[in-house]
Write a protein that binds this ligand. Sequence first.
Ligand SMILES: C[S@@+](CC[C@H](N)C(=O)[O-])C[C@H]1O[C@@H](n2cnc3c(N)ncnc32)[C@H](O)[C@@H]1O
Length: 335
Amino acid sequence: MAKKSLPHKAMLNLIVGHWVARLIQVAASLKLADHLKNGPRTAEQLASAAGVRAPELYRVLRALASVGVFAETKNGRFKLTPLAATLRTDTPGSMRGQAMLLNSNWQWDAWQQLLPCLKTGEVPFDKAHGMSSFEYLEAHPDELAVFHKATTGLTNPAIAKAYDFSKYKTLVEIAGGHGALLATILKAHPTLKGTLFDQPSVIAGARKDGPLTAKSIAKRCTLEGGNFFESVPKGADVYTMKYILHDWNDERSVQILKNCRAAMHDRSRLLVIDSIIPPGNGPDYVKLLDIEMLIIGGRERTKADFAAIFRKAGLKLIRIIPTKSPLSIVEGVRA
Ligand SMILES: C[S@@+](CC[C@H](N)C(=O)[O-])C[C@H]1O[C@@H](n2cnc3c(N)ncnc32)[C@H](O)[C@@H]1O
């Protein structure tokens, strides 16, 4: 057979990208990285720890090692590599939650509707499941728990460092999930008071064992359930909203922003924390994340896109602050 050209090889690697993604999901589900944290083990030892069959697990590990996730030692054991170590549950910024969430069957079911929906304009997730992604999560508590673990990552310390919160007395985090970002900011600013606002079912989870239950900050925060399409808590000095507007189309996003504007006083700041699509053809994770958002009916945005939805909501975009993470802080005031 003729030797494959470089573009053909590169294309083949892209075509089978979902094989690799699914293997990583299997490794994450079986907690293989956790089972290796005390040192290398054979496939048999790992299979017994994970409760699966050794011969097939060996093949899964060998395939993963071929892409740098785990490595086989000369004496036939498998060990962690830097890539594999990110899947450990006890590591800061663990990627295990994302590996499980982004490759879950219910997400893949929605991706299967991308092609037909490109023709009809329907929302792929809604077509696959007969409900929106947030309704789906409300109805599936196990998936909801995975979702909130997956969205707690290394981005929060980067955001807390990139913006000077010290000049404010009160902060409302809109749709803050279990409160990981708010907890990070409150820990860094001992006089700041915070309110976590999210859907009632999510607030119930946050009250149970979320990061805001930590002793050092619990007294300085209030938790409030509600719907940001109706209203958000009033009168805070600063509002944060991370990974929210990308879940929604422009019309719904403007509605959320109008409700923020109505709650803000004249000196309040609104910090929309999302990725910004850069111009040009260069590789950027946000351009792929935009398709994940297309699947659920949302979108990632360019700087001009943000300025336009701010304007429509009666807000003025005053600056965009980069962080040492893929996220930027889009700062706005009442126009
Ligand atoms: C992508 S998550 C982001 C969570 C958190 N901000 C973070 O960055 O980890 C979206 C959040 O929006 C919340 N949400 C969705 N619809 C909502 C609504 N109508 N009112 C309030 N919160 C809502 C969800 O419960 C979820 O916590």
